[in-house]
Design a protein around this ligand. Structure first.
Ligand code: NDP
Length: 280
């Protein structure tokens, strides 16, 4: 019988560490500030922005929000981001996705100056990640690494399988695991015989967006399974992994809710603090 990883405890420790760093910044007259842009009617996005606001308040960092209505144009957003790029009091700029459908996501994300790209989505930061240079890393994969590190696991030579290849989760996740010398396989919707890969995974990271897609027969005995998926089913949150089914066979697993989602938001503040620390 495996263990459900206590992500709450991991997050608690991370917050304590961040509080110390934020206090040190304050002693140097630096108060980190996050600018959040919401340009959609998506209800989940509003919840996510609310969670970010709450954590900023808890950790004593500044947060300002720009809530834009449906009439906003690409040019409006680009000029707002350009202004925030210039504003020396702003450390991180976050554009909550998804955007209103008429907006050009790539163009807008690419307008954020890489040094304030607190989400790590800019091609410059993704490129630095690929070549193994120190950079701002996308929050969800960064949070997954925090979870793996808390288990004290040596990833070198381990078979790591990532399912999903999005710009925000799968691709940066694979790069982070590769940087730790894992042998990494990336699977996606065109992968044939997915089970053949997942059954060999010492570390399986699942970021598909399909509720309870991964079941016991698909995992390796003693594996560590990280469930990134967040799916709303009948008003309840479900991951991409059938946790109870898989738990019998694996060593570690994260739950949904109470898993990766908790580390994602803390990683955002960690990125913000890292950026602000460059001011001193
Ligand atoms: P995307 O929809 O951008 O990507 C999904 C990926 O899954 C794609 O690469 C797709 O392949 C792949 N995929 C889809 N179906 C299958 C299948 N049957 N077999 C194998 N691969 C498949 O999603 P995101 O990466 O943005 O998010 C993934 C999940 O993680 C979602 O549930 C999302 O809500 C959640 N999420 C959770 C976060 C957290 O903080 N916990 C943060 C961000 C996301 P292809 O490329 O071929 O289409």
């Amino acid at each position: 019988m495996g263990t459900i990883i206590d992500v709450k405890e991991i997050v608690k420790n991370k917050k304590e560490e961040l509080k110390v760093r934020i206090e040190k910044l304050r002693q140097n007259q630096v108060i980190p500030k996050l600018a959040v842009i919401l340009a959609s009617n998506d209800s989940a996005s509003r919840v996510y922005v609310g969670n970010k606001r709450k954590l900023c308040q808890e950790l004593n960092v500044l947060e300002e929000e720009y809530i834009l209505d449906e009439n906003v144009t690409n040019e409006d957003l680009i000029s707002l981001i350009s202004r925030l790029n210039e504003d020396k009091s702003v450390d991180g700029i976050l554009v909550q996705l998804p955007l209103y459908p008429h907006l050009d996501e790539s163009r807008i994300l690419n307008t954020i100056i890489p040094s304030k790209d607190v989400d790590g989505f800019h091609p410059y930061n993704l490129g630095k990640l690929v070549i193994g240079e120190d950079t701002i890393v996308s929050c969800t994969p960064k949070g997954v690494m925090t979870i793996l590190d808390s288990l004290g696991m040596d990833l070198a030579g381990k078979n790591a399988v990532v399912i999903g290849r999005s710009r925000i989760v799968g691709k940066p996740m694979a790069q982070l695991l590769l940087a730790r010398n894992a042998t990494v396989t990336v699977c996606h919707s065109k992968t044939k015989n997915l089970e053949e890969y997942t059954k060999k995974a010492d570390i399986l990271v699942v970021a598909i967006g399909k509720p309870h897609f991964i079941h016991q027969a698909m995992v390796k005995e003693g594996a560590c399974v990280i469930d990134v998926g967040i799916n709303r089913v009948d008003g309840k949150l479900k991951g991409d992994v059938d946790t109870q089914d898989v738990l019998e066979k694996v060593k570690y697993i994260t739950s949904v809710p109470g898993g990766v989602g908790l580390t994602t938001v803390v990683s955002l503040i960690e990125n913000l603090v890292e950026i602000a620390e460059k001011r001193i």
